[in-house]
Design a protein around this ligand. Structure first.
Ligand code: ANZ
Ligand code: ZN
Length: 951
């Protein structure tokens, strides 16, 4: 099988396209054509180069860009480099070269790789976040944020990686260790810059609604922002002027608050030192808690720890009961009020804590069930009742006790009322004795909190609203007393049933399965749902949703909206980042660098390794750091921290748009209103799910800020977002150098060609799916391209009537590209090639085929296109139009059944009549054979589907 010389062809066209700095792919500001901004998440130019996983998104966006260009759009499809930050810096340190030098070298390599795949980037707009002309504007944006009071300095607890010797964002800490190096992460207080992203929490949440993004990404942002509507409630500490304020989303559970918990960092602890009798123990606990990160504290679910503050109490404002106060590190200082009212009956964390420290658990919300077998009847009187359900298990029989009532035809567990002054266990024992005679029972547990059941009690001819507690016993022996006859027990039969195959007959409330489910969890759990209130004085019986606001009012609570989102810690103690353009003056404090003095360039230093003291290496460069204060002229020092990794990528999509404006003297000339208005927002943004919260949230935040100060014309930067799926190694593991399962595109291009690589990347699976690299898979695509090549060499120009398939394919490929369904588009092209190979094609038809294939395999199609005698690039051709009439199906496959079994099928006109279908069917040999000369009794005809002959 002859294959085409991919190396020669691909080199040839890449050289041709690169002419005039890739002029072909250039986007034009203010073109009259409709604009389409198609953006890739730009890469960190790492030393390792690109691997095939990076390319999925880039291939997809390139196909889309080529498609839209052919459809007459003015496409902006740029590329650049996110080159500040830890990866570049760590690489540089490891290889002992200056990060700038390393980055330059890596960029060269990346660019070479990207061009060897035939991407149609507008390289005239290339940007690099480490270029002073670029980061001048990153610094400028920071200054605007600073001037609006949204950048501030504070002593903040930060995650400190002992090995990277730097501060990590929460997002960079995974499972308590540094995401980058795997070392331990400590909690440390340090002077930090922070940006008030929290001021934008509501807008960031609200505006997600209008974005055409994958729902899971939106959901991740929503969770990250974590809005919750709750209430601040004050608890008095008796005989003191102090109150504890707790934030709760469940004020309806206030009567069930049996203790309080303060975060270990809570300021009240120090203020109450003299009253706390075990202060030494408390102090030791606080010290221990400091060493753990927020994430560890939230995660370590199992073993919650805490210490009671002995000597003081708090008053529950609802029922005036005195309750103990604890400190525990599962309560975080940075959230809500840093203190909680603990409701163990209805909160899992509190429940576990209360179990461990033997604190009281008081149920105040109970679930409501309405019996569907005997629903309440409107005309009947209603009676409230407290009752028990006694669940009895006999370990020797391995069966449960059931009462079958013959008169009403139902099964129940033993049910009975609780009398005045009686506890649920006593009531259950009494009922068991009265109804079954069993007396040798061992009480095991109460099955969770009570349940409210509403039903019609036939035997009493009234509705019941029963608050039911389930009590679980085991039978010790069959010892029984005599059961009184007549009355209630009349017609009762006692049964022992097997839980696994017991089919509840007409069981009231289906309660056995319900209680068995509760029994199956070996412990009682908190009830988290809604319901009605009990043990809540005048609020008993109130619906819990309603009780939220009534109880808030009752105790004077203050409604508060809380977000989980934290301010963005915006400094790193490292060299390779944008200098923060602030001058610290002993007299004037933090002073903005005058905008005329931007950019504040990174100085050349001897040593760019982290100092490990927490100070940036820049602090050691005296001639750079010592300056005079722009405000008072006195001696001052530059801020020596640098910006975090994410800064440069917060506005890079505008960097491409404004690339002609770099070097502009002032912001009026740089932030060109008209150009921004023309290009924004990004129409299509392609990248990985790993950026769901960080980059995408930070960029949205900056964009919204710039919108507010009138710099950008839209509220949101990225209108439509598409995620590519992760490519795993051939071993189904994440590709990584250490595993040795990284597939390099260079090798694939060498062996099979860029076109085959592009097509395989798209053919592997649906675009967004995770997929392993199959080394054999790419061969199939290379063969397909070889066939295209051979077909293009010597096809007879025949009018072969493939019009129908051709037009269908044109429609499908176009629609699929728009929806990023590249794999099915390729399948359709394969089907079309099959047909052309069978029946031939005209030059015109083959040209259409090439155009449809062009976005996928740009090199081969260009070569064949020119071979046909064309004198301009196929990629500037118009996308083939299809004829809607030809695309319509006008035949279908008629299925022939005899007695319901498929016996034959054939093509039939779409609007065939029953008479005509019968005539054609009876004429067929196979049908005659199956009928064995019998005449069908009946014929069933389903238009557009089947005909069934019944004999
Ligand atoms: C009482 C209560 C009863 C609660 C109940 C829940 C269920 P979200 O929805 O995440 O905002 N909480 C408040 N501040 C806290 C802090 N600083 N650290 C740890 N937990 C804190 O959760 C709000 C709930 O989380 C609050 O409502 C509080 O527990 C707890 F049946 O108060 B709740
Ligand atoms: Zn000053």
């Amino acid at each position: 099988m002859a294959s085409y010389d991919h190396k020669k062809i691909e080199k040839k066209w890449q050289k041709e396209w690169a002419k005039n700095d890739f002029a072909k792919w250039r986007a034009e500001d203010f073109s009259a054509k409709q604009k389409k901004y198609i953006l890739d998440m730009f890469p960190y130019p790492s030393g390792e180069g690109l691997h095939v996983g990076h390319l999925v998104g880039y291939v997809g966006s390139d196909i889309a860009s080529r498609y839209f260009r052919m459809n007459g759009f003015n496409v902006l499809h740029p590329m650049g480099w996110d080159a500040f930050g830890l990866p570049a810096e760590n690489y540089a340190i490891k290889n002992k070269i200056h990060p700038r030098v390393a980055v330059e070298k890596n960029i060269k390599n990346f660019k070479k790789q990207l061009n060897s795949i035939g991407f149609s980037y507008d390289w005239s707009r290339e940007i690099n976040t480490t270029d002073p002309d670029y980061y001048k504007w990153t610094q400028w944006i920071f200054l605007q944020i600073f001037k609006k009071g949204l950048a501030y300095e504070a002593e903040l607890p930060v995650n400190w990686c002992v090995s990277c010797k730097t501060v990590l964002a929460n997002e960079e800490v995974k499972d308590g260790v540094c995401d980058r190096c795997g070392s331990a992460v400590l909690q440390k207080n340090m002077r930090q810059w922070a940006l008030k992203i929290t001021a934008y929490a509501e807008r960031l949440l609200e505006d997600l609604g209008g974005l055409n993004w994958p729902e899971p990404i939106k959901e991740m942002q929503r969770n990250w922002i974590g809005k919750s509507e709750g209430v601040l409630i004050k608890f008095q500490i008796p005989n003191s002027k102090f109150q504890i304020t707790a934030f709760t989303t469940r004020p309806d559970t206030l009567f069930g608050a049996t203790y309080m918990v303060l975060a270990p960092e809570h300021e009240l602890i120090a203020q109450l030192e003299t009253r706390i009798t075990n202060f030494k123990e408390v102090k030791a606990y606080i010290e221990k808690a400091k060493k753990r990160t927020q994430l560890q504290r939230q995660k370590e679910e199992k073993d919650k720890t805490g210490v009671e503050l002995k000597g003081i109490k708090a008053i529950n404002p609802a029922n005036k009961e005195e309750i103990p106060i604890w400190i525990a590190d599962y309560v975080l200082m940075g959230y809500g009020a840093g203190a909680i009212m603990a409701v163990p009956a209805h909160d899992e964390r509190d429940f576990k804590f209360a179990e461990k420290y033997k604190l009281p658990i008081k149920h105040v919300i109970i679930p409501c069930v309405v019996d569907h077998v005997n629903p309440p009847r409107q005309e009947k009187p209603s009676k409230a009742r407290k009752n028990i359900h006694a669940l009895v298990y006999d370990p020797s029989r391995k069966k449960y006790l059931i009462i079958r009532n013959k008169k009403f035809g139902w099964d129940t567990v033993v049910i009975g009322g609780v009398e005045e002054g009686e506890g649920p266990v006593d009531a259950a024992l009494r009922e068991l004795k009265e109804e079954t005679g069993y007396v040798d029972l061992e009480f095991k547990r109460i099955l969770g909190g009570p349940v409210q059941a509403t039903y019609f009690a036939k035997h009493k001819n009234e509705n019941r609203v029963a608050i039911t507690t389930a009590v679980y016993f085991e039978l010790n022996s069959d010892k029984r007393v005599k059961v009184s006859e007549g009355g209630e027990n009349d017609g009762n039969e006692i049964l022992w049933v097997d839980a696994s195959n017991y089919v509840p007959g007409k069981m009231v409330n289906s309660e056995l399965p319900y209680w068995l489910e509760r029994l199956s969890s070996d412990k009682d759990l908190a009830y988290l749902g809604n319901g009605v209130l009990i043990n809540s004085e005048k609020f008993d019986g109130t619906d819990s949703e309603k009780a939220k606001w009534e109880i808030t009012k009752f105790v004077g609570g203050e409604i508060k909206t809380q977000y989980r989102l934290r301010d963005w810690i915006f400094s790193r103690q490292r060299y390779w980042g944008e200098p923060i353009p602030i001058i610290k003056c002993p007299k004037c404090g933090n002073v903005a660098v005058p905008e005329n003095d931007l950019p504040v360039k990174l100085p050349e230093v001897e040593n760019y390794k982290p100092t490990g003291t927490g100070e940036s290496p820049l602090a050691a460069v005296a001639e750079w750091a010592n300056v005079s204060c722009p405000r008072c002229g006195g001696r001052a020092k530059r801020e020596t921290n640098t910006m975090p990794q994410w800064a440069g990528s917060c506005w890079y999509y505008m960097g491409y748009v404004l690339s002609g404006k770099f070097g502009a003297k002032d912001e009026k000339n740089f932030w060109d209103d008209k150009i921004l208005k023309y290009w924004l927002p990004v129409d299509l943004y392609i990248g990985g799910v790993e950026h769901a919260v960080l980059h995408l949230l930070y960029a949205r935040f900056w964009h919204k800020f710039l919108y507010e100060i009138g710099v950008v014309p839209t509220k949101e930067p990225f209108q439509k977002l598409v995620n590519q799926g992760l490519v795993l190694g051939p071993d189904w593991q994440k590709m990584s150098k250490s595993r040795g399962n990284v597939i390099s595109p260079d090798e694939m291009i060498e062996k099979f060609g860029a076109d085959a690589l592009r097509m395989y990347e798209m053919f592997m699976s649906p675009f967004g799916d995770q997929k392993p690299w199959d080394p054999k898979g790419i061969i199939g695509l290379k063969r397909f391209l070889d066939r295209v090549w051979r077909f293009g060499q010597h096809f007879a120009d025949v009018d072969a009537r493939i019009a129908r398939t051709l037009h269908k394919t044109a429609k499908k490929v176009g629609e699929d590209i728009k929806e990023f369904r590249f794999n099915t588009a390729i399948s359709a092209l394969m089907i079309l090639l099959n047909e052309m190979e069978k029946v031939g094609a005209s030059v015109e038809d083959f040209s259409i085929f090439l155009k449809l294939l062009a976005p996928f395999a740009p090199h081969l199609t260009e070569e064949l296109w020119w071979k046909l005698g064309n004198k301009t690039s196929i990629h500037l051709e118009e996308w083939p139009k299809y004829d809607p009439k030809l695309v319509e199906e006008n035949t279908f496959e008629l299925i022939v059944q005899v007695n319901g079994k498929v016996r034959d099928k054939f093509e039939a006109p779409i609007n065939i009549s029953q008479a005509e279908a019968e005539r054609l069917t009876f004429a067929r040999g196979k049908v005659k054979l199956s009928l064995e000369n019998k005449k069908p009794r009946k014929v069933v005809f389903v238009p557009k589907r089947l005909i069934n002959l019944v004999v």
